[in-house]
Design a protein around this ligand. Structure first.
Ligand code: SF4
Length: 359
């Protein structure tokens, strides 16, 4: 347990380090709440280096909340393509529209109003309110939990939800209320650059003198984790259906996993079913089309956060029927040259280049 004097010293040293050693990131060059909000939404579950090009393109295309509100969701998803967790993009777009209508585009600067917006959880609310509006809310993300667990030798495991209140209470206690935005970013930056998961660099750590795990020689024991369960792999058949030189693509429903993105039709294998049988059945069920399998196109594996998929991709020929959708929200028959206009999930991108070679 750190004393009030030690907490003051820790804040001072951490903020001084952050001023000198932080990475020059574009969202740190602005006080614009909208830009900060976009960056924080992108940074959830995603590394800084991955986010950078997406953030730049997004802000260039939609520099204001109003521009985002007026954009087609299709264009927003296209810019988000590959970043994953597409509900983030849909919520941003929807919320932009709501704020333009109900608050003349003003982003709320109080907890109750901001936290109530679609897609805004405790992390986003604390990050945006502290960084953009200097409000005294402490953020808790994976980096923060790891730093706190080591600094204070917290025995609570980092993953289960009940632990969150323990980490939140400690983060609240350490927060520098005079500079909450900088302090929050400093803790996260320390976790990203110095107090890293596998190899914390304690020899250059600005808060080493306050660190209980370093003092006790127990850094490797923190943060505590509960054993993770094996990740299931789902077998999925996918058909690239050709008809007169065009391919069928379908759009996933707006809500749910990968909502609003385009894909090639297909679905899960049933027990005892071969991938090609599943492919023919799924296309009949989803699009009411009869197809003939012409041959395999690719085998693709892709990992999501809680499961993996194994895609068995087939080239198919349309034989009969008229599209009647059961599940997807839309369909198109497109030429290969048009494919880049549509936003696809990452797993589809793993075989789309093969289409250019093999088709
Ligand atoms: Fe992390 Fe080491 Fe710094 Fe402690 S001293 S906060 S373990 S980097």
């Amino acid at each position: 347990m750190l004393t009030p004097v030690e907490i003051s010293g820790l804040r001072r040293r951490l903020l001084a380090w952050y001023e000198n050693d932080r990475r020059p990131l574009p969202w740190r060059e602005t006080h614009d709440p909208y830009s900060i909000w976009v960056s924080e939404v992108m940074l959830q579950q995603t590394q800084v280096n991955t986010v950078l090009p997406y953030y730049r393109r997004f802000i260039e295309r939609f520099p204001t909340l109003r521009k985002l509100a007026r954009a087609d969701l299709e264009d927003v998803l296209k810019l988000w393509e590959g970043l994953g967790y597409y509900a983030r993009a849909r919520n941003l777009h929807r919320t932009a529209g709501m704020l333009i209508e109900s608050r003349a585009g003003r982003i709320p600067d109080c907890w109750e109003d901001f936290r109530a917006l679609p897609g805004v959880g405790d992390y986003i609310a604390a990050a945006v309110l502290s960084i953009a509006f200097d409000q005294p809310y402490a953020v808790v993300d994976g980096n923060v939990k790891r730093v706190l667990a080591r600094l204070l030798t917290l025995a609570a495991p980092v993953s289960p939800t009940p632990s969150r209140t323990i980490f939140q209470a400690e983060a609240d206690r350490l927060l520098d209320r005079r500079r909450p935005g900088d302090f929050n970013q400093a803790v996260m930056e320390l976790g990203a650059l110095v107090c890293t998961p596998a190899a914390p660099n304690c020899s250059i750590c600005p808060v080493v003198r306050f660190c209980a795990a370093q003092r006790d020689g127990t850094v490797a024991q923190y943060p505590r984790r509960v054993a993770s369960r094996a990740v299931p792999e789902v077998q999925i058949a996918v058909g690239v259906v050709f008809k007169k030189g065009r391919m069928l693509i379908t759009r996933r429903p707006a809500q749910g996993l990968l909502g609003g993105l385009w894909e090639f039709p297909g679905g899960k294998l049933r027990e005892g079913e071969s991938p090609s049988q599943a492919c023919v059945r799924e296309i009949k069920e989803e699009a009411n089309l009869d197809v003939a399998i012409e041959g395999p196109l690719a085998q693709v594996r892709h990992a999501y956060s809680h499961f993996r998929v194994h895609l068995h991709v087939f080239r198919c020929r349309f034989t009969a029927g008229r599209v009647r959708l059961n599940g997807p929200s839309a369909h198109r028959w497109i030429r290969l040259a048009e494919i880049d206009r549509f936003a696809f999930p990452k797993a589809n991108h793993k075989f789309i280049p093969l289409l250019r070679d093999k088709v």
